[in-house]
Design a protein around this ligand. Structure first.
Ligand code: GUN
Length: 285
């Protein structure tokens, strides 16, 4: 029987810390503002954006939503980003991904001021994360590290295996585990003998986006299993990348979906937005 890692509870604790910090900044006359851009009608994106806005409100962060139609042009989107880069009341800018196919995500990420890049997607911030000296935390990986810290799960010297190499999760996750002295392997669609590699993991992070991809035979007895997936099963029900029912009895700790990694991502976003406001107001991060 594994301990269920309660991301919802840990995230509530972080959100409360952020709320207190925002209140203290407000006392000093500093407000904290986040702009959230959403383009088109992706229902998952709409849910994520609504959750982010709700979390901002609860923390005392002023959020402004910019909902643009599907047919928005690259020029229009870049013009909005430029306007928000210049807007003093906006400390953080988040453009919800994925964007509609005709838009160039990389160009949009590059256009966001690195000082307002609360997703930590900009190449400058990615570079800071790689070096290990960074103000903005990569949201999902940092949320996972916060869960590990909260449950006193040691990373140093552990075999850490990350399945997935996306810029949003897999790559920055590997870096944060490395910074904590884990021995890190990144697996992907071309990895040979995947099961052999994942079976070595003391800490296994699944970020593939395929429902129930990680089965019990891929997991070592006593492993810590972190599930980043937000997938839909054959009945349309929300599920993770891990076959939870089969893997849970083998694991020592495991995150559920929902209620594991997801809530932590938003908590990190709020932290980054406060950091942005502090830095833009000449305060220490
Ligand atoms: N789409 C999926 N995850 C994320 C995220 O963390 N930030 C943004 N902006 N879009 C996403």
């Amino acid at each position: 029987m594994a301990v269920i890692l309660d991301g919802k509870a840990v995230s509530a604790k972080v959100k409360e810390e952020v709320r207190a910090e925002v209140a203290a900044l407000n006392e000093k006359g500093v407000s904290v503002g986040l702009a959230v851009i959403i383009v088109g009608n992706n229902p998952a994106s709409r849910t994520y954006v609504n959750n982010k806005k709700k979390a901002c409100e609860a923390a005392g962060i002023v959020s402004e939503e910019y909902a643009l139609p599907e047919e928005t042009t690259q020029e229009e989107l870049l013009a909005l980003v430029e306007e928000l880069n210049r807007k003093d009341s906006i400390n953080g800018i988040l453009c919800q991904l994925p964007l509609p196919k005709h838009l160039d995500e990389e160009a949009v990420i590059a256009a966001i001021s690195e000082k307002k890049d609360v997703d930590a997607f900009h190449a400058v911030n990615v570079g800071h994360i790689m070096i290990g000296d960074y103000a903005f935390l990569p949201c999902t990986p940092a949320g996972i590290m916060e869960i590990l810290r909260h449950y006193n799960i040691e990373v140093a010297g552990k075999e850490c295996v990350v399945i997935g190499r996306s810029n949003i999760v897999g790559k920055p996750m590997a870096m944060l585990l490395l910074h904590q002295n884990g021995t890190v392997t990144i697996c992907h669609s071309k990895t040979k003998n995947l099961k052999e590699v994942t079976s070595r993991a003391d800490i296994l992070v699944a970020a593939v986006g395929i429902p129930h991809f990680v089965t019990a035979d891929m997991v070592k007895d006593g492993a810590v299993v972190i599930d980043v997936g937000m997938d839909r099963d054959e009945n349309g029900k929300l599920c993770g990348d891990v076959d939870f029912a089969a893997v849970e009895p083998k694991a020592s700790y495991i995150t559920p979906v929902p209620g594991g990694v997801g809530p932590m991502t938003i908590a990190t976003l709020l932290k980054n937005t406060v950091t942005a406001a502090k830095l833009q107001n000449g305060l220490d991060k």
